[in-house]
Design a protein around this ligand. Structure first.
Ligand code: AMP
Length: 433
């Protein structure tokens, strides 16, 4: 099947061809014709599957007919983070280049002046994070009664971030006769409930998890200790095939500390985490995309879903607490047919988190067998090491949290949830075999 079989306009097909895409991805094949027919959709898909184009492309053709009115956006896309909202806006510009559609981006952390004047003139599509949208709505600056199309993207992440009550409120302010598209990597009960409440006989679509199918990513676990991580990361980053790397930490204090430490080692490094001003986050991301820096230390909140081409390595400096985050983190590499390497540091305290990740991804991640000072980044990818003996319990690291060393908001919520007795991995539980 080619793009021309999907029912899209010639102008869109030209924009798609300009983007260099030959064939639609599975989610695009399944979603685009149904969206064009006006159906509601629930799609279980995550970033890396081409899901953004699966809703942006048909939206552009639908919105091409009709006119925008002052203060009344015709469609609304809800995103959990500012970066994702920005990324979707970039997609709109890319695919909509032969259309004359107007767009406004409503995200926290940037000045509202331009966004408000765009809204006052009338926009075809509004891309927003729930908090900023609710804020504006409460101040009477926006009317949602003309919004005939709603996209709720990354719904499970919205849940993690505590946005579901906001989304329920937003849904109740939109006209009942509308088209709703919901995208989520997993379908936990509160998301299912949201769909039952606000959607009309939706078509369900499910595409394979990126992590279980993406054979482009070579994965390693390096067994280490908290104390040895610092040396290990420098060794890995200096390995010659590490071209660009995103290093994930679980806490923003660790993002800051590690960035400083790598700067002292004269490595070209930047950082991104939830406590930074939006302008600083954008600047750091741009520096990384432009190649001014080749290493980005990141927290989950700031880095989820980012589409940065050509990232050669992802390093989990901290093993993620939640297995879904592992899937999202490593999906920053091996994108669009390229190969990538994901290296995760595992301390003895990470045993349970690692087991949950392996359960979710249905694989045993090879343990790097070399000395702790040897970088797996330099390893031949064709011959993964066989699982190793458990790491010797050399020195127990001091893992007591410092007072200001709190995880980011979504992590705090998750940790308390994950601490419940006998709670299995959420995604592993809700996913079919
Ligand atoms: P997404 O899942 O929306 O984050 O998209 C992941 C990446 O795939 C982005 O870089 C898109 O530009 C790219 N992409 C989307 N659709 C296609 C396609 N049909 N062929 C090749 N790449 C695509």
């Amino acid at each position: 099947m080619s793009f021309s079989d999907l029912g899209l306009s010639d102008a869109l097909l030209r924009a798609v061809a300009d983007s260099g895409y030959d064939t639609p991805t599975p989610i695009q094949r399944q979603a685009v014709p149904s969206v064009l027919m006006g159906k509601d959709i629930i799609a279980i898909a995550q970033t890396g599957t081409g899901k953004t184009a699966s809703f942006v492309l048909p939206m552009i053709d639908i919105l091409a007919e009709g006119r925008s009115r002052a203060l009344m956006p015709r469609s609304l896309i809800l995103e959990p983070t500012r970066e994702l909202a920005q990324q979707v806006a970039e997609n709109f510009e890319k695919y909509g280049k032969y259309h004359k559609l107007s767009m406004a981006l409503l995200i926290g952390g940037v000045s509202m002046g331009d966004q408000l004047s765009a809204l006052e003139k009338g926009v075809d599509v509004l891309i927003a994070t729930p908090g900023r949208l609710m804020d504006l709505f409460a101040r009477g600056k926006i009317l949602l009664s003309g919004c005939a199309m709603l996209v709720i993207d990354e719904a499970d992440r919205m849940l993690d971030m505590g946005f579901i009550p906001d989304i329920e409120q937003i849904c109740s302010k939109l006209p009942k006769a509308r088209q709703t598209l919901l995208f989520s990597a997993t379908m936990p009960p509160p998301i299912k409930k949201l769909a039952d409440q606000f959607m009309d006989s939706p078509k369900s679509i499910e595409v394979a998890r990126a992590a279980s199918t993406n054979t482009n990513i070579t994965q390693w676990v390096v067994e280490t200790t908290s104390r040895d991580k610092r040396d290990l990361i420098r060794t890995i980053l200096k390995a010659e095939d590490v071209k660009t790397a995103i290093i994930f930490c679980n806490k923003k204090t660790m993002v800051r500390d590690l960035t400083e430490q790598l700067k002292r080692a004269r490595l070209p490094v930047g950082q991104i985490h939830g406590d930074m001003e939006q302008a600083d986050r954008i600047r750091e991301l741009d520096r990384f995309k432009q190649g001014d820096i080749t290493i980005l230390v990141a927290s989950d909140v700031a880095a989820r879903g980012l589409d940065i081409p050509g990232v050669s390595h992802v390093v989990n400096y901290d093993m993620p607490w939640h297995p879904d985050d592992y899937v999202h983190r490593i999906g920053r590499t091996g994108r669009a047919g390229r190969t990538g390497t994901a290296i995760s540091f595992a301390t003895p305290e990470d045993a349970e988190n690692l087991a949950n990740i392996e359960k979710l991804t249905r694989q045993k991640i090879p343990r790097w067998q070399g000395q702790s000072a040897v970088a797996p980044a330099a390893a031949p990818v064709a011959e993964p090491a066989t699982p190793a003996e458990p790491a010797p319990k050399a020195r127990q690291p001091d893992t007591r949290p410092k007072n200001d060393d709190r995880p980011e908001r979504s992590d705090r919520r998750r940790r308390s949830r994950d601490a419940a007795p006998a709670q299995p991995a959420r995604a592993a539980e809700s996913r079919p075999a």
